[in-house]
Structures are given as structure tokens and as C-alpha cells.
Design a protein around this ligand. Structure first.
Ligand SMILES: [Zn+2]
Length: 123
């Protein structure tokens, strides 16, 4: 038997942590938004253009991180839903049990090792 409580605690912890990170990323993306750029351009000096470019780069970096966090959060939410449904630890693709070592490493994974490989190839 899987120790569901252990995985549930971990998933809940990760979920809370990701939600906090997404929240703070969102705040930082907003602070780099159009208002900041307009301010830079209204000041004189060539350096301001470089600053604006850096801001755009940071924004894109933030968005990439944000999307990664969101993706992981989705997986965690689905894992918790599967736990509620009594399907946690069972591959959503082939219905075989996912090894406990694998769940220890990635508790939110929806796939067994074999299917994960197949899905990655398809991507
Ligand atoms: Zn599978």
C-alpha cells in the first residue's frame, strides 16, 4: 500500500509553495509592465533604451518561469484530484501502478516510467 498521507502532504506543500511563487511572479511581471517602460522612455539618455530592453528580457524570463510553475501546479492539482478519486499512483495512460520510487521523486506525475518516455517522444 502506498502511504497516501505522505504524498498528500507533499503535494499540498508544493501546491501552496507554487501558488505563492506564481503570485509573487505575477506581481513582479506587473511591476515591469507598460507604466515602467513609459517612464524609462520619458527620461532622456540612451541608457534608458538599454534598460527597457533588459526589462523586456526579464519579463520574458518571468513568463517562462511562470508558465513552468503553472504547468507544475496543474499537475499537482490533478494528482490531488486523482487521490480524491482513489486513483493516485495509477498511470492515467495504461492503468498500471506507478512505482513508489518514482512517486517519491515526482509525486504529481500522471504517468508510469514507460508512458512518460512515450509522451516525451511524442512531444
Ligand atoms: Zn503507463
Amino acid at each position: 500500500m502506498l502511504k497516501l498521507e505522505k504524498f498528500k502532504d507533499r503535494l499540498e506543500d508544493d501546491k501552496a509553495r507554487l501558488e505563492r511563487m506564481i503570485h509573487s511572479r505575477r506581481a513582479s511581471v506587473t511591476s515591469h509592465g507598460t507604466n515602467g517602460v513609459n517612464e524609462s522612455f520619458s527620461n532622456s539618455g540612451d541608457d534608458e533604451y538599454a534598460d527597457a530592453a533588459t526589462d523586456t528580457f526579464i519579463q520574458e524570463l518571468d513568463m517562462t518561469m511562470l508558465n513552468k510553475y503553472k504547468h507544475r501546479l496543474e499537475q499537482i492539482r490533478h494528482a490531488l484530484e486523482r487521490m480524491e478519486a482513489g486513483r493516485f499512483g495509477i498511470c492515467v495512460r495504461c492503468n498500471t501502478k506507478i512505482g513508489e520510487a518514482r512517486l517519491d521523486a515526482i509525486p504529481e506525475t500522471p504517468y508510469c516510467r514507460e508512458c512518460e518516455g512515450d509522451v516525451e517522444v511524442q512531444d
